[in-house]
Design a protein around this ligand. Structure first.
Ligand code: ZN
Length: 507
C-alpha cells in the first residue's frame, strides 16, 4: 500500500506540473463508455495490480492515478478486469514518450437510452453528462484521441435492436459535437457470442458504413466467466488489444486524410464533386444523355457491356459498338462492365479475366483506349474480383452501397455509389444525397437508362435527369468522370487498393 501511495504521489506531482503547462500533446486520453463489459467484470488477479508508468486513469475524484483494475468504480462490489488497461498498453507498444490516460465512464447495466443529455441512471449517475464532463476535464491536460464503447446487452432484444443503430449514430454525432472533434475515432465492440440470444452484433456491424471514422471489434473466441454475460479476465484483456488495433487503424486514416488535405489538394477537394456513371450501354445514353451532358459541359463514364438479350427485338434498347465509339470520340470515358453483365462474385479467376478481356478486345476493335475504370455488374464485388482487376491494370472499380465516396476510407476498387432513379425510393434518396453534398465530399451516381425501357425499376425520366443536371450546374458542383478521381486519392490507397468489399452493395 505504501509503495502504491508513493507512486500515486509521484504521478500526482508530475501532473500538477503538466497542468500548469496546459495540454501535454504526449498525453493521450481515451474515453471508456458503455456498460458492464467496458467497466470490467473479470476476476481480479495478480496482473490486475501491475502498474505501468505510462498508463493512468482518472479516478472518481477526477485525479490522475496509476491505472490498476478495477479501472471503473460504477459498482465497487462487482468491478473487476475490463479491456481498459490492456488497451492502453497495446496503444503504447514500445513508445516511451507517450502517456495514456483512461477516462472510465461505463456503467454496468446501462441501456443506450440513458446515454443522452439529461438522462439519469440508478438515481446518482448521469451517464452522458458525466462522460462529457470528465472528458473535458481530461482534455485540460491531455489530447482526446478516441472513444471505446462496449454496450448492447441491455438492448439485446428484437424490439430495441431495431432502433439501436439510430441511437448509436445519434450518440456518436453528439459526442463528437460536444467534444468538438468531428473526426474522433470511435470503436464499438461486439457483445459476447456466449449470450443466449444475439440481436445486437448484426446491427453494430452496420456502424462503419453509417458513421465515418468508426470501427467494430470482434468478440469471436472470447469466453465468459461462467454467467453467459461477462467476459472473463483473459478475454477482457484480449478485447482491449482488439480495441487498440481498431483505434490505431482509424487514427492512421485520420492522419492520412490530414496529410492529403495539407498536401495542397485541399483546393481540389473544396468544391463538392459529382461523378456521373451510366451502366449497361442503354440506347438512351447515346440518343439523350450524351447530348444533354454536352449541353451542360459535364463529363461522365459509360460502363458498357453486351447485355444478354431476352429476345432479338430487345437489341433496340442497347447501343451498338459504333455508337459506343462515338461517345468516346465525344470525349466521354468508356468503362468496362464485363462482356456479358456477369456477377463477378460467381466467377472463377479465369472467367473474370475472360469477361473483362472481352470488353478490352471490343474497345481495341473500335479504336477506344483500354478502360481503366470498371463497374461491377449488379454492384456485386468480392476480394478476388478486386485482385483480378488490380492485376489487369484497373485503377478504379465502382460498386453500390448508397454512401458518399471517401477516398481515405474506401478502397478505390470498391468505390460506393448511389443509384439514381425516378421510383419513389430511389428518387428521394438521390435528391437527398445530392442536396446534402458538402465541399470536400464526392458523390458518385449510377444511372441506367434515361428513360430505361428494358428495366423500368431503374428508369430515370428525362425530366428528372435534366433537373439533376440543372441543380449541379446551378450549385457549382464539379462533375467529372471516374478516370479523374485519382487526384483525390491518397498515396497509400494507390498502392494497396484491395479492401473488404462493401456490404449490401446491390443498389
Ligand atoms: Zn449493370
Amino acid at each position: 500500500m505504501k509503495i502504491i501511495c508513493s507512486i500515486c504521489f509521484l504521478f500526482a506531482s508530475c501532473f500538477v506540473l503538466a497542468q500548469q503547462k496546459g495540454v501535454d500533446k504526449n498525453f493521450h486520453v481515451y474515453l471508456l463508455i458503455g456498460q458492464s463489459n467496458m467497466a470490467g467484470r473479470g476476476q481480479l488477479d495478480a496482473v490486475s495490480k501491475e502498474v505501468h508508468p505510462q498508463v493512468l486513469m482518472l479516478d472518481q475524484g477526477n485525479n490522475w492515478v496509476p491505472a490498476t483494475d478495477p479501472v471503473h468504480y460504477d459498482k465497487p462490489a462487482a468491478a473487476g478486469v475490463g479491456p481498459g488497461i490492456s488497451f492502453a498498453r497495446e496503444m503504447l507498444g514500445n513508445d516511451k514518450k507517450t502517456k495514456i490516460g483512461l477516462i472510465p465512464c461505463a456503467l454496468g447495466g446501462s441501456p443506450i437510452k440513458v446515454w443522452e443529455p439529461g438522462a439519469v441512471y440508478l438515481k446518482e449517475f448521469h451517464p452522458y453528462d458525466d462522460a462529457i464532463r470528465r472528458a473535458r476535464l481530461a482534455m485540460q491536460q491531455g489530447v482526446l484521441k478516441g472513444i471505446i464503447w462496449h454496450q448492447g446487452e441491455s438492448d439485446n432484444d428484437s424490439a430495441r435492436a431495431t432502433v439501436y443503430l439510430d441511437k448509436l449514430t445519434t450518440l456518436i454525432n453528439r459526442l463528437r459535437t460536444d467534444l468538438q472533434q468531428p473526426d474522433l475515432p470511435f470503436v464499438a465492440g461486439e457483445i459476447g457470442y456466449f449470450n443466449k440470444v444475439n440481436h445486437i452484433n448484426a446491427i453494430i456491424h452496420q456502424l462503419p458504413q453509417r458513421v465515418p471514422t468508426t470501427a467494430v471489434v470482434s468478440a469471436r473466441d472470447l469466453t465468459d466467466k461462467g454467467d453467459r454475460l461477462h467476459f472473463d479476465a483473459p478475454s477482457a484483456r484480449e478485447l482491449g488489444k482488439r480495441y487498440a488495433a481498431a483505434i490505431q487503424e482509424l487514427q492512421r486514416r485520420n492522419a492520412s486524410k490530414a496529410a492529403l488535405l495539407a498536401s495542397g489538394k485541399k483546393k481540389q477537394a473544396k468544391q463538392p464533386v459529382v461523378v456521373l456513371t451510366f451502366d449497361d450501354a442503354e440506347i438512351s445514353h447515346y440518343t439523350i444523355v450524351a447530348p444533354l451532358l454536352k449541353k451542360y459541359n459535364f463529363d461522365a463514364t459509360f460502363f458498357v457491356c453486351e447485355m444478354p438479350r431476352k429476345s432479338p427485338a430487345d437489341s433496340v434498347h442497347y447501343m451498338k459498338w459504333p455508337q459506343i465509339a462515338a461517345l468516346h470520340q465525344m470525349g466521354f470515358e468508356i468503362g468496362n462492365h464485363t462482356g456479358h453483365h456477369k456477377n463477378m462474385t460467381k466467377l472463377s479467376r479465369e472467367e473474370m479475366q475472360q469477361e473483362v478481356n472481352y470488353i478490352e478486345y471490343k474497345c481495341r476493335e473500335y479504336g477506344i483506349p483500354k478502360p481503366i475504370s470498371f463497374a461491377y455488374p449488379g454492384n456485386r464485388a468480392d476480394s478476388l474480383s478486386q485482385v483480378v482487376l488490380q492485376e489487369m491494370g484497373y485503377r478504379f472499380a465502382r460498386a453500390g452501397g448508397s454512401s458518399y465516396y471517401d477516398p481515405v476510407q474506401d478502397g478505390r476498387l470498391v468505390i460506393p455509389s448511389y443509384t439514381m432513379g425516378s421510383s419513389e425510393k430511389l428518387g428521394a434518396r438521390t435528391w437527398s444525397a445530392l442536396k446534402s453534398l458538402q465541399p470536400g465530399q464526392i458523390l458518385i451516381f449510377t444511372i441506367h437508362g434515361v428513360p430505361d425501357i428494358a428495366h423500368p425499376d431503374y428508369t430515370t425520366s428525362v425530366a428528372a435527369f435534366t433537373e439533376h443536371l440543372h441543380y449541379m450546374k446551378q450549385h457549382g458542383l464539379k462533375v467529372i468522370a471516374v478516370r479523374d478521381l485519382g487526384k483525390y486519392i491518397p498515396a497509400d490507397q494507390k498502392e494497396n487498393p484491395v479492401t473488404k468489399p462493401l456490404k449490401n452493395t446491390y443498389e
